[in-house]
Design a protein around this ligand. Structure first.
Ligand code: NAP
Length: 358
């Protein structure tokens, strides 16, 4: 396959750097165009991230000397890219993602801006790839000929949504209480100051609890005409905490089902769970999307966040709950599965299903 040329908006930030790092040697995608804020525009990529490159790998050689463009250089992007990943600040994303889509450039976004736009699909490919069917309607209603916007959900959802969804179809998830322990990389760079987070836990992340409670309902929703109708059969109560971990969001979940499964049935469904990315054998798809660990003290961020390239969700501590039916702990890598890796998987699905063409 001839590779797709891709651009990254917000290429210098925490998520942008993850895109650059993860896309090195991607079999389908070639990074050819980068943009960021005015403070970075005009610089070579290596100059712009000098002193703030957070990845363990070196900057890939094909990207190192690329000149960063202004976010407003949309015509230049169009001339050089088949589509873009957006890792922009939400405020900027609001202004520019639509401009890129209008110019005929598909936008695969990480920003929260369009998560609740009624005709924008918010995708976890193992769960709701069918929501992509709304794209032609989105393009038609805006009069866009080739561009469109697809988003992924908040980074914390990945640690519990797939394990819950795997059980939902058969047993109906009715209520969930979810307490997240979220890594500092989730706030970008510089994020929370070291003085605030070392030797500490901050029991508040602005807007995060609302996202954790509302976004799952859109993901479980159904297309109805030109909008995605939210699922109304699930109640979630979320507590979101920032903890002194670099990468990996952990979620402690108590769940009540419409029909209570046995522990063996839950473990069996998690073990056998596969989605469209696995069926299509997409390059970034984890082979085993949900990995169950038997040990009493797993999952742990440091030990489990990199499972299957950081794309698998690791669960553990499944046990009966005194108030609801069951309790478990879920973990996923927030800047990989929860951000750039999730965006790449969305793009692979869009290519494979013919939504993105040259
Ligand atoms: P970040 O580290 O603060 O990076 C923000 C990026 O946006 C930088 O490249 C920055 O460029 C660019 N930018 C800022 N203002 C701009 C402007 N006026 N015009 C053009 N570019 C501008 O943030 P992040 O953590 O990577 O997050 C990026 C997006 O992904 C956010 O919307 C966030 O909510 C979402 N997200 C983050 C995570 C995570 O785990 N971190 C997970 C899921 C989703 P400069 O470097 O030049 O300033």
């Amino acid at each position: 396959m001839k590779k797709f040329n891709i651009g990254i908006l917000g290429a210098t930030g925490m998520v942008g750097q993850n895109y650059i790092s993860l896309l090195e040697n991607h079999p389908w995608f070639n990074v050819t165009w980068l943009s960021a804020s005015e403070r970075s525009a005009g610089k070579k990529y290596c100059e712009a991230v000098s002193g703030r490159w957070h990845m363990q790998k070196e900057i890939p050689s094909q990207v190192k000397n690329l000149r960063i463009k202004k976010i407003s250089d949309i015509a230049d992007c169009k001339a050089n890219c088949d589509f873009v990943f957006s890792a922009l600040d939400s405020g900027v994303a609001k202004e520019f993602e639509e401009k890129y889509a209008k110019a005929g450039i598909p936008v695969v976004s990480n920003a929260s801006t369009h998560r609740h736009t009624k005709d924008v699909p918010m995708i976890i490919p193992e769960i709701n790839s069918r929501h992509l069917e709304i794209i032609p309607g989105q393009m038609k209603s805006h009069g866009w000929d080739k561009g469109f916007i697809v988003v992924k959900p908040n980074c914390s959802l990945q640690s519990y949504m797939t394990p819950l969804f795997a059980l939902h179809e058969k047993f109906g998830v009715e209520k969930a209480i979810i307490s997240t322990l979220q890594a500092v990389s989730g706030a970008g760079h510089p994020g929370v100051s070291s003085f605030d987070i070392i030797d500490n836990v901050v029991p508040y992340i602005g807007g995060e609890e609302e996202k954790s409670e509302k976004e799952p309902l859109k993901i479980l929703g159904k297309i109805d005409g030109n909008e995605i109708k939210y699922f109304d059969g699930l109640e979630i109560s979320a507590h979101c905490n920032r903890v002194p971990v670099i990468d990996g969001h952990l979620a402690c979940v108590s769940v009540k089902f419409r029909k209570k499964p046995s522990k063996e049935e839950i473990l069996d469904l998690w073990e056998k769970f596969r989605g469209i990315p696995q069926e299509l054998d997409l390059p970034f798809a984890p082979k085993q999307p949900i990995i169950y660990r038997d040990e009493a003290d797993r999952p742990q961020p440091r030990l489990d966040r990199d499972s299957d390239k950081g794309m698998a969700v690791t669960v553990g501590r499944l046990r009966e709950c005194n108030v609801f039916d069951y309790r478990f702990v879920g973990l996923s890598h927030n800047t990989v599965r929860g951000a750039a890796g999730g965006g790449i998987l969305n793009a692979e699905l869009l290519v494979k299903q013919g939504y993105i063409n040259r």
